[in-house]
Design a binder for this molecule. Structure first.
Ligand code: 5AD
Length: 346
């Protein structure tokens, strides 16, 4: 296994058989070695720095009905809210004071946020804070819509592909959604000029090791600037309520593999990872992650943006507790930095 890991470091690639044996490997010493090599590569590219992004969850309305997600259209128990332009700007004001230089607007697919409204919000954020970065995570939209928001000043877009395998995709989503369109969105975003992020849930229902290898190949084609991965965590009011959660160990391992395949990619230690393990984010950083995304949403709405059960949102993952997060990151000998933290990828 050590030779396989060395080959991954050297070539940023493996053959499928090697990827599968690495993904299935449980040898503790080999896994420690993998983590160590990934950390080294991250330190070499980005230093011992962790970038922070202020996450503003703008809407819990969603027109989609993905089987895994707590804010799916079909969940009648989900509490719905949407933030107004003024509320979003208040979050940014607060975030700016705290030191955030990237604002991520994420939400369910909600037609309330027309291109006109989004462009207005983006322009206002950019004019108040000229050197900040605006990241969008608003799901699938048309190419024209992506273009308009880019022209209004948006810099980055996060759209997890969820799985690159058509059959697996159809087990996670109702038939009106298509993997082909999702992939098209990602390539459109990249072509328009966004720093683009894709990603998956680790251990989502029906996911196989071969599926993960397909995800890696898809990422090699897309060449994303950012990759968001976190464990699948079931939500009680979804069709997947009784499915097992994804594993923290596999998520950590995959973070390291991604760091070695894409040395310059921005890789968040996600909230889902922090939810499943109280030290999930620290473990993620020590395995090659270099971004955390504290919650900057109004405290009153945080619980309502419930993608999965027990989502953490009030301790060190809350933007207002940044001091606590800084301490925790310092304890593992890393440092939170206040700058845009653009991707070094082309
Ligand atoms: N568990 C973990 N992650 C989830 N997401 C949605 N539902 C869940 C869940 N039950 C992730 C999806 C989506 C991102 C915003 O949140 O990957 O793209």
């Amino acid at each position: 296994m050590f030779e396989i890991i060395d080959r991954l470091v050297k070539y940023q690639d493996l053959n499928d058989e090697e990827f599968i044996s690495l993904l299935n490997c449980t040898d503790v010493a080999a896994m420690e070695y993998l983590t160590h090599r990934a950390r080294e590569v991250c330190d070499r590219n980005y230093g011992r720095k962790v970038y922070i992004r202020g996450l503003i969850e703008i809407s819990s309305y969603c027109k989609n009905n993905c089987y895994y997600c707590g804010i799916r259209r079909g969940n009648a128990k989900a509490e719905r809210y949407r933030l107004t332009k003024e509320e979003i700007l208040d979050c940014c004001d607060h975030g700016w004071e705290l030191g955030f230089r990237t604002f991520v607007m994420q939400g369910g697919e909600d037609n309330y946020y027309t291109d006109e409204l989004m462009c207005e919000i983006i322009r206002e954020i950019k004019s108040r804070y000229p050197n900040c970065a605006v990241t969008l995570s608003l799901g699938e939209r048309g190419e024209e819509s992506f273009k308009r928001m880019y022209d209004a000043g948006a810099d980055r877009y996060l759209l997890r592909h969820e799985t690159a395998n058509t059959e697996h995709y159809s087990k996670l989503h109702p038939k009106e959604m298509s993997l082909e369109y999702r992939k098209k969105c990602l390539f459109d975003l990249r072509k328009i000029g966004y720093q683009t992020g894709c990603g998956i849930m680790v251990g989502s229902p029906y996911q196989t090791t071969e599926n993960i290898v397909e995800d890696l190949h898809f990422m090699q084609k897309l060449k994303p600037h950012m990759i968001g991965i976190g464990p699948f965590i079931h939500h009680r009011d979804t069709p997947f309520a009784d499915y097992p959660n994804g594993s923290v160990e596999l998520t950590i391992k995959l973070l390291s593999i991604l760091r070695l395949m894409f040395p310059k990619v921005l890789l968040p230690a996600t909230t889902a990872l922090g939810t499943k393990d109280p030290y999930g984010r620290e473990k993620g950083i020590l395995a090659g992650a270099n971004v955390v995304m504290p919650n900057l949403s109004p405290v009153a709405t945080r619980k309502k943006y419930s993608l999965y059960d027990n989502k953490i949102c009030t301790d060190s993952e809350a933007a207002e507790n940044l001091a606590d997060l800084k301490k925790r990151i310092k304890a593992i000998d890393y440092e939170i930095v206040t700058d845009r933290g653009d991707s070094l990828c082309e």
